[in-house]
Design a protein around this ligand. Sequence first.
Ligand code: SF4
Length: 361
Amino acid sequence: MKRKITRAVRLGDLCLGGGAPILIQSMTNAPAHDREGTLAQIKALEAAGCDVVRFTVPDMETVGFIDYYKKNTRAALVADIHFDYRLAVACAEAGIDKLRINPGNIGGSEKVREVAKACEKNRVPIRIGVNSGSLEKRLLEKYGGPAPRALAESAVDQARVLEGFGFGDIVICVKASSAAAMIEAYRILSSETDYPPHLGVTEAGDERMGVIKSAVGIGSLLCDGIGDTIRVSLSADVTREVRAAKDILLACGLCESGIDVVSCPTCGRTRIDLIPIAAELRERVEKADLKPPRLIRAAVMGCAVNGPGEAREADVGIAGGDGCALLFRKGEIIKKIPEDEIVRTLFDEIVSLCREEDKDR
Ligand code: SF4
């Protein structure tokens, strides 16, 4: 897939945009003044594979936590600021890696200038975060509501304000709770600017619907080549957002490493209990948190109709028979295995493939 090459922005030790790998983001939800609770979430997110963690900074006391968080995590940290430009300036001075502000609610152009000045001096990029729930009144009137064009126009206008102060380290974001609306808004935005887009469906819902909406919204844009960082917003444990974000990248073919377990839906031909086998294998793979240097595909197929073809194309796979299965590795039939050994055998094969790939690295 051809990705749109955007302007590169430094984010701590990371690069965002400019063709760099797509970064996964999430946000803590522990109370802002609960320093230990917030740090525990930052660490849990980092362990789950989150590259960038955002937390809310409502007052000067919480600005004081930044140094402590920075010392205790390697994830890039983003301060979420509303209304008070002094907090944004203080976060930039305190070593935050990025600010998320809405220049429209930070209090007039002089205050935005102060924020831009502090960010320029401390090399802190700014994410302009527009979302359908907080659009300017004039744009709501102009477009008759939070239309995709209104979202894009708001973000571009806000970027122009920062550009007017000579500031260009901008990440841009136009979230809506409708996947269709956000897709259109980001497409417009992408045709009008080259700032790296932060993709997300806002207020996406609980885990089931939120993952579906995010997969449609974020996934469609990624398949268009749009997007340099993603956040899946779920009413669920924060680490589930990271899991979902990784799965969306995998489904879009944007994972350079990991394990992709594919399995057939089963049908009247299936003669093994395939559904729990596929689920157990996926669970074991997830728990093992294997990190091969490339993407490894494992196929769990029910029968000899489509099974051998799919299992052959995968790195490792099975084609089910009657209470047994044929094991394939790199296109070759290795052996016949009884049904109750399928999960263990496939898992062992995956681990051994990971080791081999690691040796060849
Ligand atoms: Fe049915 Fe075989 Fe296809 Fe699975 S692979 S759905 S068992 S035909």
